[in-house]
Design a protein around this ligand. Structure first.
Ligand SMILES: Nc1ncnc2c1ncn2[C@@H]1O[C@H](COP(=O)(O)OP(=O)(O)O)[C@@H](O)[C@H]1O
Ligand SMILES: [Mg+2]
Length: 255
């Protein structure tokens, strides 16, 4: 199963990706985390790595080379890819967890991120997972990735919704765009302080026809880990992510 974690910037996509990845490891699954956010680079730290992987963009010769090849639909040479095909400097491992990164915007005036979008889309389409493997994609913020067709190769869209009007607005757009691609969408509420807020958000999402499959509390352990650039684990939020993973795995068994 390939799950893309989407939502407004700052809503908690990287946090939820890390929590779910750690839970999946504890279930004995092979977990591939794909860093698809070209702007933010802190995910490797949340997952407990000391250094990030070399972006896949470098594997194919960097952005310049890919730009030349963009008219060619076969961006990556192989028609199928599995984790064992990815060279070790591009796929780093820690405690059973695997991390790859598509690419990061590093310099001013380096041009748009379209080549990374192409690579991301092709990679996700070609990626073949083993029976006990799960891929969790920490997507770029907002909705542009749908416009670029990046989500074509994924099985499920997981929407992170924090308590803000803007987050609900992005959620509604994502629901519409994902449904247009026949992708199932479920929401996870994040940074929740009270049942009242959870109830309110869930009601708003119900009106937009978005199912809520979990609630992650506003957890000071998560906040501190993010502040200090430490690995995210344990605590209330981690526990709540376990329930979200259970739901995702049950749905995938049922389908
Ligand atoms: N469940 C949570 N509890 C406490 N703080 C959180 C939680 N989720 C996210 N945060 C805070 O929100 C910030 C943004 O989260 P992050 O996952 O980086 O967002 P995104 O990847 O969507 O941009 C974190 O740095 C952290 O301070
Ligand atoms: Mg992020």
């Amino acid at each position: 199963m390939k799950i893309s974690v989407c939502g407004k910037g700052g809503s908690g996509k990287s946090v939820l990706t890390s929590l779910l990845a750690n839970q999946a490891i504890s279930y004995g699954l092979g977990v591939l985390v794909i860093d698809s956010d070209e702007s933010n680079s802190g995910l490797f730290k949340m997952l407990g790595f000391e250094n990030p992987p070399v972006p896949l963009m470098e594997l194919i010769g960097g952005k310049k080379k890919l730009k030349e090849k963009m008219r060619n639909p076969n961006v990556l040479a192989e028609s199928h890819l599995s984790v064992k095909d990815i060279p070790s400097q591009h796929l780093i491992r820690r405690n059973g967890l695997m991390l790859v990164s598509i690419g990061k915007i590093l310099q001013a005036f380096e041009g748009c991120a379209c080549p990374m979008g192409v690579l991301n889309r092709e990679f996700l389409k070609k990626l073949r997972l083993g029976e006990n493997e799960i891929a969790i994609i920490d997507m770029e913020a907002g909705v542009e990735h749908f416009g670029r067709g990046i989500d074509e190769g994924i099985d499920k869209v997981l929407l992170v919704v924090e308590p803000s009007f803007e987050s609900l607005t992005v959620a509604e757009k994502i629901k519409t765009l994902a449904s247009g691609m026949d992708k199932a969408v479920s929401a996870v509420l994040n940074k929740i302080d009270s049942e009242k807020i959870a109830y309110k958000l869930e009601g708003e999402l119900r009106i937009k026809n978005i199912e809520v499959i979990g609630t992650i509390p506003n957890d000071p352990l998560v906040f501190e880990a993010c502040l200090e650039g430490r690995a995210i684990g344990g605590g209330e939020a981690f526990h709540a992510a376990g329930k979200v993973l259970d739901d995702l795995l049950q749905t995938s068994l049922g389908s």
